[in-house]
Design a protein around this ligand. Structure first.
Ligand code: G6P
Ligand code: MN
Length: 422
């Protein structure tokens, strides 16, 4: 829907849908065909489970895969909670388990792309993005993959609203960190005025919620809680605006105490968004048109159009990407995959220089970076010990004993997806 809404700036010759699960693809394929026909009948359309058909003659591959689907996400969230540890799909043990499942699937897709459309760009937002980015850096170092996450877009959307600006595009930001693990150090309006200190005052009270109005009217789902809780995180460093995901690392006890081991975010998504989308698609298919279907464009999808447009038309737009550090953050190792602002044009991206970061953030980043690198080591070497070390080092896990108990449960649950560890 976001692509169809932006044809004026990113014209499309064809759209292909690729999935390796035909039954699941069928739930949306016909509806997509109808939506595209309604918007522009000249756009060619194909839904396929054949990699060759899918990847041939493609300029951009917008990649988001979920190895193990939402059923495995549910276990990523529930197994840690049983051990009294944060259960989240990308942070902590859940993210580690998901990373171990995803690497092979992502590499498979990168290889198809290189085989059938060697000049294609893969715009990859498969999770857990940090671990995927590190695996691709290590195992497919020359591939045309750009890793990006929608989380900063969502946060900037909230920040812009709090600042009273119409759009996040009316701000220039400075930010550094790892994926789902970062800090804004500057938010300026287009006149160059620094807005950060005033924003921090607001966030201290309401997090990313838009004041009393948001407190009253926003849907009270788990995202509301995550956005609101940023008011506690910001107090850990009042000179920056933190990623809301830092709650999993800095306040894990709070998170665990406020989780329901029998009903996690995966359940909310299965019972909510997934049902709604499949329901809308079934309706469109039955009616033969999309009127009254209830399908909506998610604002967070916009970044992918921005990125493709920047590459196709050399817009030199500034975007947050997950890229190899190479000195951009001066006091973090060169081979870290960091999330920093980059200028994007037709030949790819150029990272902006960040300089030295403070001890607090440096310490946190280096610990989390080691976790992510150890996961990729463990996957490559099929090493039980490296994965145990990854879990031990995660700030969300209290001890080596708990890490081991968790690991053994995760191995059992993921036996159809992980390499066999020695
Ligand atoms: C944010 C993150 C994504 C993550 C998503 C999960 O958008 O940036 O990495 O996949 O949240 O959202 P959900 O609604 O599925 O819990
Ligand atoms: Mn993300």
């Amino acid at each position: 829907l976001m692509l169809l809404d932006n044809l004026d700036r990113l014209p499309l010759r064809a759209i292909k849908l690729y999935d390796n699960d035909e039954e699941r693809q069928n739930k949306v394929a016909k509806a997509c065909e109808i939506l595209i026909k309604e918007k522009d009948p000249n756009i060619e359309y194909l839904a396929t489970t054949c990699p060759k058909e899918a990847y041939t003659d493609v300029d951009f591959c917008l990649a988001h895969i979920r190895v193990g689907k939402l059923e495995m996400r549910e276990l990523d969230e529930k197994i840690p909670l049983k051990h009294g540890v944060v259960g989240q799909e990308t942070c902590g043990p859940g993210g580690i388990a998901y990373g171990m499942r995803s690497i092979e699937g992502v590499l498979e897709n990168v290889d198809y792309m290189e085989k059938y459309s060697p000049n294609c760009w893969m715009l990859n937002y498969s999770n857990p993005a940090s671990i995927i980015a590190e695996a691709v850096r290590r195992l497919r170092p020359n591939s045309r993959v750009i890793n990006i996450c929608d989380m900063p877009i969502g946060m900037e959307h909230n920040i812009a609203r709090i600042a009273g600006l119409k759009s996040r595009k009316h701000m220039d930001i400075r930010y550094f960190g790892l994926n789902h693990f970062g800090w804004y150090t500057s938010i300026k309006d287009k006149k160059g005025n620094e807005l950060l200190p005033k924003l921090v005052e607001h966030i201290k009270e309401y997090g990313f919620i838009n004041g009393e109005e948001g407190m009253k009217n926003d849907k009270k789902d788990s995202w509301f809680e995550t956005n609101l809780f940023t008011k506690e995180i910001v107090k850990t460093d009042l000179t920056t605006i933190p990623s809301s995901y830092l709650k999993y690392y800095l306040f894990p006890d709070y998170v665990v105490n406020h989780s329901d081991v029998n009903y996690t975010r995966a359940n909310e998504v299965i019972d909510g968004r997934e049902k709604e989308v499949f329901g809308s698609c079934a309706l469109i298919e039955k009616q033969g048109h999309s009127k009254g279907s209830g399908l909506k464009i998610g604002i967070h999808a916009e970044f992918i159009v921005d990125l493709a447009t920047a590459l196709a038309f050399n817009t030199q737009e500034r975007m947050l990407l997950i890229v190899q550090n190479n000195g951009a953050i001066e006091n973090i190792q060169d081979d870290a995959m960091v999330e920093i602002p980059c200028i994007v044009g037709k030949d790819g991206y150029e990272p902006l220089s960040i300089g030295k970061i403070p001890t607090f953030q440096k310490g946190l980043i280096e610990q989390q970076l080691a976790v992510e690198k150890l996961v990729v080591d463990a996957w490559i070497e099929k090493s039980y010990n490296k994965l145990w070390q990854a879990l031990m080092l995660s700030k969300t896990v209290p001890s080596a004993t708990v890490a081991k108990e968790l690991l053994d449960d995760l191995i059992e649950a993921n036996k159809n997806y992980w390499p066999k560890l020695n």
